[in-house]
Ligand binder design. Sequence first.
Ligand SMILES: Cc1cc2nc3c(=O)[nH]c(=O)nc-3n(C[C@H](O)[C@H](O)[C@H](O)COP(=O)(O)OP(=O)(O)OC[C@H]3O[C@@H](n4cnc5c(N)ncnc54)[C@H](O)[C@@H]3O)c2cc1C
Length: 422
Amino acid sequence: MMGRRWRVGIVGCGMAGLASAVALARRGHAVTLLERAPQLAPVGAGLLLQPSGQLALAALGLLDQAIARAEPIECLHAWTHRRRTLVRLAYRQLDANLTGYGVHRGDLFQVLHDHARDADARFALGVTIASSRQTDGEIVAVDDAGNDHGPFDALIAADGSRSRLRSAPELEASVREFPLAAAWFSGRSDAVRGRLHQVTLGSRQLIGMLPVGEGRCSLFCALPRGGKEALRQRGLNSLKQEIVALCPESKSLLEQITTLDDLACGGYQIVRLRQWNSGRLICIGDAAHSTTPHLGQGVNLALLDALSVASELDRADDVPTALARAAQFRRAQVMWCWRLSNWMGPVFQSEGWLLAAGRDLALPSMPRIPGIGRLMVGTMSGLHTGVFARLRCASLKSPSVLLAGAESIQGAPSRRCDTDSL
Ligand SMILES: Cc1cc2nc3c(=O)[nH]c(=O)nc-3n(C[C@H](O)[C@H](O)[C@H](O)COP(=O)(O)OP(=O)(O)OC[C@H]3O[C@@H](n4cnc5c(N)ncnc54)[C@H](O)[C@@H]3O)c2cc1C
């Protein structure tokens, strides 16, 4: 049952913003997306769409389109530089029907963008939102030239890991820059199929290859301190030699990189908010809980956040209460991933050797400890929300448990996640 028709401002056209826009605009809410980029273009490399993210897209009725060009991924297989298995986690350890998907970001972006547009969401591009201002019963977004946008009944801050909206004092944001960065590239290669392939050299180097369907493959590698600048001084050829020595499968992809500008580079912010919402404002996605990407959950969490906020707003009579409920519900699910990601960051990417040595000793045997293997796969899948807390079959069959009423927005949960043995 639909509640009132709200005016909703959404800051940021990433995955969290676009998914919120689709869910809300389709239900008749007046949605305005405010995006700093003057033109929308699909950017970025590959991402691993986990069963949790599949569930969110299925609830929006978009899963089949989102994975139409994607590569089914059976497992994560990580190796040491000596070609010993560091860890192999297969989705079928949890359930025979479960799989991940290697998806090109551009493909997912396009599906979400087209559905938001078709549902009459309004796009305001080239607008950088710097702050918000709440008055009785309304909220406005203020851009960096001092212009107001709105008024809205609710404002969703989906402006990513460097969010400016989360600086509202009530949210008590703590933001830390991870000292190291990563570079990534998308090209054509069939050298790795059906798995996320990773190779580590201590914690100094981490190379990953993720096939994203139709002969496309995404490559990422850890960068040392100094990021792209340090890379320029060192030279592209030396980086290529290091990568191919560790990961010969990357050879044909590397041949497609002709200058350093072909590589996208970025750092990570580690963000924690004491609360995600304040009155009519809520932060979601990376704006609320950005962390290092080593657990590969960011997009999946962002999609689930979007759905929870949309479903709470859709059935609400009161916006601040709806946003508080969504924040409380999602926070409990997100914190497990957030803590683990923060722990994994330095273990997989840091300048010391001790953590990596411990990892190389302990990790290969961990999946064989009773219960731990399933916990690891459940966490990778986004289905575990704590050591003893996981989204059981019942919650997958009734997304209300998982998504706080998302089934009231769209469709049925994913067939791919709909199993009895989870
Ligand atoms: C190297 C790397 C690999 C990753 N791999 C994975 C993976 O395999 N799986 C996974 O799930 N996640 C992965 N992630 C994490 C994932 O990319 C993020 O968690 C996810 O994109 C967050 O989505 P979002 O919508 O919250 O933010 P974003 O995608 O960052 O979108 C934010 C949007 O807001 C806009 N914006 C920013 N500031 C403003 C402003 N002031 N005003 C208006 N607009 C603004 C931006 O232009 C952008 O469009 C990876 C991240 C990195 C860095």
